[in-house]
Write a protein that binds this ligand. Structure first.
Ligand code: PMT
Length: 399
């Protein structure tokens, strides 16, 4: 998503300016060309040399040094940009943009660009809550600016409150979302499930599996980056929540069942990458079970089959993690659960399936056609799966 994109990163005079170096570095590493514009206040907080080093590109700090130093027109950055990101954005730049003032290079670039503009405010709580700032943000939003954050937490003033620069992952996620909003899933709503459910035995113990959530989260992010509205129904994972995605927590199979039943019938597609526990204790003990017997027998019952029971006019995609008879077992699940596609994971090697960064999958459709893919990062697998979902959705819209 970020590869070969041209991004203008505007940095203004906030204590959070040092975090802009990390943003610039992450975008550059992802393959973007990052053109940094710093206000004169920003250079009090972080040196342009740092930004030049992490981006490998000249940094603009003055209105009039650009043409001479880099021999380009002063609006060329605005024209070349796929997106303009201002992070951190102070109350001052927000006020200037709302008023349409063009007295520095960053304001000029924003006024001159046709690219989307994403603003990440960072300031002291009272400044942020001040009606003037709120009005300015509302005006910018009404003009189509995207706003991310601010977050709450520790502030430079020594107090806790709203005003912190949004988390860097969230800023990068929002950039991807904005860049992908006209993608092939624009206007579609996808529900994705992820992670392994935990079925309580007692207040401290549970039955679960080794799902990390990586496959489901990769699908959610990839769908977001192709323009979809995404609802991620997630069991416990240690992953950060993707930005720009609606999150529904579902710790147990029953909770996931309720969440999916509530949301999927209104969606265009359901992709279930979650490893839902097949069995759960019939009754969880109220108190912690004592270790006072040599043996302990747990009575288990089947969990509800979420994919098999959810009804509606949407594309249904399941996953199957198999160690033997990969294709036969997956085909059987596709038939039993009435799926449009099933993604069979080969879990015989250590590099595919549960808790890995890569996956080796075979995609099987209703007609029985098989597409076997080589080992690839889960994000690439996600895009291959979504290529198939997008094709099915486009076929349906032509019906
Ligand atoms: O999370 P990661 O570490 O990245 O790992 C990803 C994964 C290996 C967990 C994922 O790619 C995967 O394969 N998930 C499905 C695991 C599985 O074998 O599921 P299953 O065969 O039990 O179920 C088949 C399908 O029915 C799945 O889509 C499952 O979500 C769904 N199911 C299962 C049980 C149940 N009670 N209700 C369901 O809807």
């Amino acid at each position: 998503m970020l590869n070969n994109k041209t991004i203008v990163l505007g940095i203004t005079g906030s204590i959070a300016a040092y975090k802009a170096a990390e943003i610039a570095s992450r975008l550059t590493q992802a393959g973007s060309k990052v053109n940094v514009i710093m206000t004169k206040e920003a250079i009090q907080f972080i040196s342009p040399v740092t930004l030049r080093a992490v981006t490998g590109s000249p940094v603009v700090t003055e209105m009039f040094d650009l043409a001479s130093e880099f021999s380009i027109e002063h609006i060329s950055l605005a024209q070349a940009a796929d997106i303009v990101v201002i992070a951190p954005a102070t109350a001052n730049i927000i006020a200037k943009l709302a008023a349409g003032i063009a007295d520095d290079m960053l304001c000029c670039t924003v006024l001159a660009t046709k690219a989307p503009v994403l603003i990440a405010p960072a300031m002291e709580t009272n400044m942020y809550n001040n009606p003037a700032t709120q009005d300015n943000l509302t005006r910018l939003e009404a003009r189509g600016f995207e706003i991310i954050g601010p977050a709450s937490g520790w502030l430079a003033s020594g107090k806790e409150g709203v005003g912190r620069l949004a988390d860097i992952n969230d800023i990068i996620g929002s950039i991807c979302q904005v860049l992908g909003r006209d993608g092939d899933l624009a206007g579609k709503h996808l529900v994705v499930t992820a992670g392994g459910t935990q079925e309580p035995i007692d207040p401290v113990r549970y039955i679960s599996n080794r799902s990390s959530g990586k496959m489901g989260y990769a699908l959610a992010e990839a769908a977001r980056d192709r323009g979809a509205k995404v609802t991620l129904v997630t069991a416990h994972t240690s992953l950060s929540e993707p930005a720009g995605v609606d999150i529904m927590q579902a710790g147990t199979a029953q909770e996931m069942y309720q969440a999916v039943q509530g949301v999927a019938p209104h969606a265009d597609a359901l992709v279930m990458a979650a490893a839902v526990a097949d069995y759960r204790p019939i009754k969880a003990a109220k108190d912690k079970i004592k270790k006072d017997k040599a043996e302990l027998t747990l009575k288990l019952e089947l969990t509800p089959d979420i994919l098999g029971s959810v009804k509606g006019d949407f594309i249904k995609v399941g996953f199957a993690a198999e160690s033997i008879n990969l294709v036969e077992n997956a085909r059987e699940k596709l038939k039993q659960k009435g799926l449009d596609l099933i993604i069979a994971n080969d879990i015989t090697a250590g590099d595919s399936g549960f808790d890995t960064d890569t996956n080796r999958v075979t995609i099987i459709d209703r007609e029985g056609k098989i597409e076997s893919l080589p080992l690839m990062p889960k994000r690439e697998v996600a895009d291959k799966v979504l290529d198939r979902v997008a094709a099915l959705l486009s076929k349906r819209s032509k019906r």
